[in-house]
Design a protein around this ligand. Structure first.
Ligand code: IMP
Length: 428
């Protein structure tokens, strides 16, 4: 396996967890490169269900090394909870889990500010964040007031925590939000610093040495292209770069060492939180997708907004990420649809047609999706184990999607279980 980036092509929740699980079997080192506890991967391994927000699910595979890269924002308390959960299941991450000393931490006040900021905004201005402190943590990183994991061991650390907590309390007070207890916050960080110490490493060096030694590296992104701070539906985005470029800046591995980009894309579209969604369905079909697809947030439990496949987004994601292979997921959710629509372009009210995603959200508001229709296959597919055995109409649908967005089909998933993954072209 060449060093591989795996990223989401839509608004997150594309089913990356399952694809990561398949590719991890081929990798030696798995690196998470951005995001934080806003992500949620539910993995079922040997009959047990694990929910991971920060630690790559590679940790469930014996012998795999897992890295939390410098591009992540990590809440140390969430991390300790995950480590505790793994230990409770007899999985010892010691010696296999490495956290970059350059990784920024989500601090207690980042979480408080995230929630308070959402609460005070007018309805139309709410982002619908996960409330995990992601925006404020990345904001502090860019504003050069952030706290890096390496700082935990600095004797000046408690003093800085005290100062920043007091400062955040001024903003929280102005917003009418509950204040943080300064002494308790300082004490909490003192205790977590010791617990984290064994996992802290110079992972930039670690990843590059692994690469030089011929180990195979899988770089996993969280969220998706349309939530990217640069390429997504700004400002209704997350505060990092889930796109493939983020894999390099978030890990320290050179772009020249990436051999393959795998884009994960669902056979329909979902979004959780606020912001534009051109193919959204507000009808019984949307509800069917939500129920059949189990479209409820893994981190917040919120119902996801659902709609038809959007090839404009797929094409845009193929371009921005340089997708070699697609992992298409949840085809089986469409099993009972008599007619399936695909959005091929957007048409603005003055006749202008967009084939790739516009940056101007005001222009997007004036657009309607241009649809083509395909007949559904109206039979179950989850039991099928070979691509050739899929109903002809199901294959025609998948092949139409690939033709519209470019790239090649690598993996097709027709159900949640590991066995319901059809490996079409990757040859893995
Ligand atoms: P934040 O990342 O918590 O700041 O949230 C910003 C936006 O990204 C919101 O619309 C969230 O719903 C969305 N978001 C963040 N993480 C995920 C994810 O893992 N899956 C889907 N949406 C996400």
């Amino acid at each position: 396996m060449p060093n591989t980036v795996l990223m989401g092509a839509q608004w997150g929740d594309e089913g990356k967890g399952k694809v990561i699980d398949v590719l991890t079997a081929q990798a030696d080192v798995v690196v998470r490169y951005q995001g934080g506890s806003n992500a949620g991967h539910t993995v079922v391994a040997e009959g047990r269900k694990y929910v991971l927000h920060l630690i790559p699910s590679g940790i469930l595979h014996e012998g795999k090394q897992c890295v939390i890269g410098n591009g992540v924002v990590m809440d140390p308390f969430d991390l300790m909870t995950e480590i505790g959960m793994l230990r409770g299941h007899g999985i010892d991450p010691d010696g296999r889990l490495f956290i970059s000393d350059r990784t920024h931490m989500v601090m207690a006040w980042h979480r408080a500010l995230d929630k308070a900021d959402e609460a005070r905004r007018a309805e139309s201005k709410k982002i619908g964040t996960t409330g995990r402190g992601i925006g404020p943590a990345y904001g502090a990183k860019m504003g050069r007031t952030g706290f890096r994991v390496g700082d935990l061991l600095d004797p000046r650390f408690p003093g800085r925590v005290r100062e920043e907590t007091a400062l955040a309390n001024e903003t929280l007070a102005a917003w009418g939000a509950p204040l943080l207890d300064v002494d308790a916050t300082v004490a909490d960080y003192r205790s977590v610093a010791e617990a984290l110490r064994p996992y802290v490493a110079d992972t930039v060096l670690f990843v590059n040495e692994a690469d030089r030694a011929g180990k195979r590296i899988l770089l996993e992104g969280a969220q998706g292209t349309m939530l990217d701070i640069d390429f997504g539906t700004y400002p209704f985005v997350t505060s990092s770069n889930p796109t493939a470029g983020g894999a390099c800046t978030g890990s320290g591995l050179s772009p020249r060492r990436i051999g393959r980009v795998v884009g994960v894309i669902k056979c329909y579209t979902t979004r959780v939180g606020a912001g534009p969604f051109p193919t959204e369905l507000h009808d019984a079909t949307g509800e069917l997708l939500r129920q059949k697809g189990g479209e409820f947030g893994a981190t917040t439990g919120r119902p996801r907004r659902c709609g038809w496949f959007d090839a404009v987004i797929g094409r845009y994601a193929a371009m921005v990420n340089g997708v070699d292979f697609w992992a298409m997921t949840k085809l089986d959710v469409l099993d009972e649809m008599p007619v399936i629509k695909i959005c091929t372009a957007y048409r603005r009210d003055d006749g202008v047609v967009y084939e790739t995603f516009p940056s101007d959200l005001a222009a997007l508001e004036r657009c309607e999706p241009v649809y083509e229709e395909m007949p559904g296959w109206m039979e179950p597919t989850s039991h099928i184990t070979r691509y050739e055995d899929l109903p002809e109409k199901a294959r025609a649908y998948v092949e139409r999607l690939v033709a519209l967005i470019g790239g090649r089909l690598g993996i097709l998933s027709v159900g949640p279980a590991r066995e319901t993954t059809l490996l079409v072209e990757l040859g893995i």
